[in-house]
Design a protein around this ligand. Structure first.
Ligand SMILES: Nc1ncnc2c1ncn2[C@@H]1O[C@H](COP(=O)(O)OP(=O)(O)O)[C@@H](O)[C@H]1O
Ligand code: SF4
Ligand SMILES: [Mg+2]
Length: 418
């Protein structure tokens, strides 16, 4: 039959294909040292045993508040950091402890885009030098020469080939992030890990950059891991979403399932904070949950379920026993004793912990809408201020990122205090 013939010519669906990235029991503890002898007195448990896969061609969104270990996870899977434990497999190859030399061929396949388009581009280098650096580092000579290829890449990300001889300070935040994307794509990577790629940008250009990444994915057959602290950023581009809290994955599900019926109370709280753009829902009466307080320290995370100090459903079992990440619905993994949108697993355990009664706050929609407007206005004002002052970048991503983290923590504190 002709229909079967045509079908045979098209590659079969590759759902059962092996994942591009497979992570098992991944751990990163940063040692805390003290005194003259620099004795280790403890550890920051930034990533504390996570398992997940990234499928070929998909976008995996990773969300959670600041300090939950998202960036550390990103740096582990791109092997910018050495894991303390667990296993990372890229395209079937164990890369957990590959040396720098061993990682070299892989550096082409796995690229990272950073949060801060100001700090991650060296201000003393031209755009041409910046985007051609990966070719030099890898000793690759593209067909037609480096300059031509760099100009092609600039066009690909919506910039002009004439920008080749210009300097980073001549560009806006959104344009700089496009330059960062061009650099990441130079060596035709297979996987791109983007760590809060639009968090530092004006709200009005965030969508443009995310959409550019989405278009490039289709065009170049990329696989993405996109990290964000805000669910609204990853909503439209993710196929699946992993929610992280204090070094753990607490929920991992298909995007639609996660948005329509979140099962982990933390996911529900994060979603509550996202203003709903759907006009049909705007008038509807609903109350949402506002998380109180800060993420506890990863040096001594809470016992049992790490979220129990902030969860409005926490009971005794939550304090004593850590819930495993389990597939409660097809494709939806959750780590919780009392999941939402599911019949309770621990019906005998109904007495709320004293702290639970104060943990979450139900807030009417109108109040949230107001605060969303305010925070959007604040973000826009901050971005405008940065546009005028942000030209003195050090070129050191680490420093810039540390400032970002500090800023984020301040913002989180302010929101928590309200
Ligand atoms: N190099 C480091 N040394 C010590 N602690 C670190 C280091 N990098 C990150 N951390 C800590 O690990 C935790 C997770 O950080 P991070 O991965 O940056 O979280 P996120 O990206 O979700 O904000 C934080 O408490 C942070 O202070
Ligand atoms: S109900 Fe218990 S297990 Fe579930 S998130 Fe809350 S504290 Fe954790
Ligand atoms: Mg981060």
């Amino acid at each position: 039959m002709s229909e079967t013939e045509t079908r045979a010519a098209v590659p079969a669906p590759r759902a059962e294909e092996k994942p591009l990235l497979k992570v098992e029991g991944l751990v990163k503890h940063f040692p805390l040292k003290k005194g003259l002898l620099q004795r280790q007195v403890g550890a920051v448990k930034a990533v504390d045993g996570i398992d997940f896969e990234v499928r070929r061609g998909e976008t995996l969104g990773v969300v959670g508040e600041s300090g939950c270990g998202k960036s550390t996870m990103g740096r582990l899977i791109t092997r910018l950091l050495e894991p303390s434990g667990g296993r990372i497999e890229f395209d079937g190859q164990d890369i957990t402890h590959l040396s720098t030399a061993g990682m070299r061929p892989l550096r082409r396949d796995v690229q990272m885009i950073f949060q801060d388009p100001y700090g991650s581009l060296n201000p003393r280098h031209t755009i041409g030098t910046i985007v051609s650096a990966p070719f030099k580092l890898q000793g690759v000579e593209p067909e037609g020469g480096v300059k031509k290829e760099v100009q092609r890449l600039l066009e690909l990300v919506g910039l002009s080939p004439e920008h080749y001889n210009r300097y980073p300070h001549e560009f806006s935040g959104g344009q700089r992030q496009r330059i960062g994307i061009a650099r990441a794509l130079a060596l035709k990577p297979r996987m791109v890990v983007a760590d809060e790629p639009v968090s530092a940008l004006d709200v009005s250009i965030q969508a443009q950059v995310v959409n550019l990444m989405d278009d490039l994915q289709d065009e170049l057959g990329l696989t993405y891991v996109i990290i964000a602290h805000d669910l609204s950023v990853v909503r439209h581009v993710s196929d699946r979403i992993a929610v992280m809290y204090l070094g753990k994955i607490v929920e991992l599900a298909d995007r639609d399932a996660l948005y329509e019926a979140p099962m982990h109370p933390y996911t529900k709280a994060l979603l509550s904070a996202v203003p709903i753009p759907d006009p049909r829902r705007r008038g509807a009466k609903s109350e949402r949950i506002l998380l109180k307080g800060d993420v506890p320290s990863p040096i001594a995370p809470p016992s049992g379920c790490r979220f129990h100090t902030r969860c409005w459903k926490a009971t005794e079992v939550c304090r004593t026993t850590e819930p495993p990440l389990a597939e409660l619905k097809p494709g939806q993994q959750v780590a919780c004793h009392h999941p939402e949108n599911f019949e309770d697993q621990q019906p005998q355990d109904v007495v709320l912990l004293a702290a639970a009664k104060e943990a979450g706050e139900l807030v009417p929609d109108e109040v949230l809408a107001q605060s969303a407007e305010t925070s959007a206005a604040v973000a826009a004002a901050e971005a405008a201020a940065e546009d005028t002052t942000g030209t003195s970048g050090t070129g050191e991503t680490e420093v810039a990122e540390a400032t970002e983290v500090a800023k984020e923590t301040e913002v989180a504190k302010e929101t928590g205090d309200k």
